[in-house]
Design a protein. Structure first.
Lengths: 278, 278
């Protein structure tokens, strides 16, 4: 009977913690929810922590003291991330994905909730040293990845619009030059979407010359925000010099050849090296 | 020792199943992952199922036979859904949310990954009898809710664009008249985003006259898709007659008064009644 209760508690605690990564839950939360003593809950947490670590899926972090508690910190083990990214590369090299203009069709992948949530975990693992208050993206295709990254950090998502929208109140707009098409675009963000001096992490699906990311940086400066990092799903190898520094791309796209129907794409070097070190 | 192993298995199985709702996992998947006998895994699944049910958070569904397995079916107990929706109503009635034009600012809520994931569970519970192949939305504000609903169903999300986009190949466009502003807009969807004859569930953040939903229905007809249902987060009480039938709104918005600074909003009647019946 005692055995049963432990198992049930573990199922309940696992669901609660994993549903809100990096969110601190007090031990009292669980003692009240599960009508169990603190010592039991502590042991349960130890078991869950061990299991997550042994599977390479993250860990629990315990903070002691009156304001303390426990939280689930996602962290995909290096080779699991790499395996997952390699699978995606396998799909992306399918010549049927090649679109006119040298683009690759990838909406079926980045709009898949399982894939985007896994990529969110990969981003959260890669940026695990950062503590952003907000995840920032610009509409539209980066939204699923950015939302799932926000989920892994348990912080709100802020979506920059590519025009100003009546239903969001006063907004700040900037013009930016798209690095690849050299066209001038506008992006804007509602004043109330982001407080001043926030710490933000920018997430997007694709970077070529970095014009859009540069625009987001400039817009963030208007809000006196501190940009802690930039993460993109796919970055092109060329041009080597982007309009922003210090971005992280999960995959690097070397070539899309519309004539030979060839796509060359691979996990980024930093990720490959990181995994080898381990 | 045996006790420890069971607890660890439960933590691992819970994480695996909850991460991919409605996705069928064979028992072999777990016997291999956890190096444990089928009989043990079956008992573990029973414990997890009991726990989820007793907490009102869904259940496991077991399918027997060679192609069988187990899946987690999200299902928020009625009063938990209602409590959550009531909390959101409390936030939405804050007069500071009133924007010029009688709009309510709610991006901070619907772009919050925890809130949108809970709303996804509420939609999945409300539409639990449906088996959509795809969740459909139109950019931009409905995307987080639609993605999280797609996550709860473990099906892909398809995003209709409000203009045609170069990087998605050939697309089908339709014109539609926004029910509230009477303006003509265009929405389009890449040909390859949706196969013919798919079963779809439409999810959006807001419905007033239903013009956008009507447009989505029309666009779906171009793909010979079968629209199983329409779910919106907030529907206005007026106009009573919408341009689409059979939609489900989680909240009903009766009034936004810019002068008296009053917002009247509540969980929809069907949800309130459903809960009372239980």
């Amino acid at each position: 009977m005692e055995k049963m209760r432990r198992s049930e508690r573990i199922a309940a605690i696992t669901k609660t913690l994993l549903e809100r990564p990096r969110q601190l839950f007090s031990l009292n939360h669980f003692t009240e929810l599960l009508l169990s003593a603190k010592s039991n809950i502590s042991e349960d947490l130890g078991i869950i922590d061990e299991t997550l670590k042994s599977l390479g899926l993250g860990q629990l972090e315990t903070i002691s003291g009156a304001a303390g508690g426990v939280k689930y910190v996602p962290g995909l083990r290096g080779e699991l991330s790499l395996e997952f990214l390699n699978q995606l590369c396998g799909k992306l090299t399918n010549p049927e994905r090649i679109l006119p203009g040298g683009f690759i069709y990838m909406n079926d992948l980045i709009f898949d909730p399982y894939i985007s949530s896994k990529l969110g975990e990969v981003f959260a693992t890669r940026f695990s040293q950062l503590t952003p208050d907000y995840i920032i993206t610009v509409e539209t295709k980066g939204i699923p990845l950015a939302l799932m990254t926000a989920h892994s950090f348990s912080v709100p998502l802020v979506i920059i619009r590519d025009n100003s929208n009546v239903s969001e109140g006063s907004s700040v707009s900037i013009n930016y030059v798209s690095g690849s098409t050299r066209q001038i675009h506008t992006m804007s963000l509602s004043r109330r979407a982001l407080p001043e001096h926030a710490k933000v992490l920018i997430i997007d699906d694709f970077m070529k010359a970095g014009g859009t990311a540069r625009g987001m940086m400039d817009l963030m400066a208007e809000f006196n925000a501190q940009v802690l990092g930039i993460g993109v799903f796919i970055g092109t190898v060329e041009p080597r010099t982007k309009l922003v520094d210090n971005y992280v791309s999960l995959l690097e796209l070397e070539r899309v050849d519309g004539l030979t129907r060839e796509v060359i794409i691979r996990p980024s070097q930093t990720l490959r090296l990181k995994t080898k070190e381990v």
